[in-house]
Design a protein around this ligand. Structure first.
Ligand code: 5GP
Length: 189
């Protein structure tokens, strides 16, 4: 998506270990106009796929997910990173975060991720695919069906996308970063 690619080149910053910071428009300050355009693009790319629920993971996935849910007029559920003591019918999985170098539990209530749901997962980044694998596990535990996964930014050099596409999942990424070597951002044309 042209506008996103241009914004990454303009405002994105590279950090050690293959991390791209986009705090200026996605992860800290947010640009709602760009966020809306990205959601419109997801709606276009997943048109024709029957979906009844949007799923994301807190915190950074919530903004794009709610925009998609708003456009499609569908409920948006976010998986939580802290287990609330009051959550009923909890489904859990463990996710390894390479940006934080630790594992954490992610949970969702089966009151909101239900058997028979046709789920579109939306998140900010796809890197090694660990968060996505956790989501696949939660969707399976709920007895729901994962019909697609949409990411604002995919870092193809970390290969999560290869794994997900290899599983036959419909994956759409709005900008694909091929390399951050030498702190230079190379984006797929
Ligand atoms: P994965 O589980 O695919 O390895 O990583 C995905 C998650 O890690 C995303 O939800 C995102 O929050 C975080 N993440 C991975 N790579 C980056 C990055 O380069 N920049 C930022 N800001 N977050 C990242």
């Amino acid at each position: 998506m042209k506008a996103l690619k241009e914004r990454i080149l303009q405002d994105g910053k590279c950090f050690e270990g293959g991390i791209l910071k986009v705090d200026n428009f996605i992860n800290h300050q947010m640009d709602p106009i760009l966020m809306k355009s990205m959601a419109v693009e997801f709606v276009r790319r997943f048109a024709g796929t029957p979906i009844n629920k949007i799923l994301t993971i807190e915190a950074s996935g919530i903004a794009p997910a709610i925009m998609v849910g708003y456009l499609l007029e569908l409920p948006v559920v976010f998986a939580k990173k802290k287990k609330p003591s009051t959550m009923e019918n909890m489904l859990t999985t463990t996710v390894y975060s390479f940006t934080k170098d630790r594992s954490y539990d992610v949970c969702v209530s089966s009151d909101y991720l239900c058997a028979g749901d046709r789920v579109l997962f939306i998140d900010d980044f796809l890197a090694n695919g660990n968060a996505a694998k956790g989501i696949i596990d939660l969707v399976k535990k709920a007895g729901a069906e994962l019909v697609g996964m949409g990411f604002l930014i995919e870092k193809s050099f970390q290969h999560g996308g290869d794994y997900l596409r290899g599983q036959g999942i419909h994956v759409e990424s709005l900008a694909i970063i091929e390399s951050l070597d030498d702190c230079k951002i190379r984006i797929k044309e």
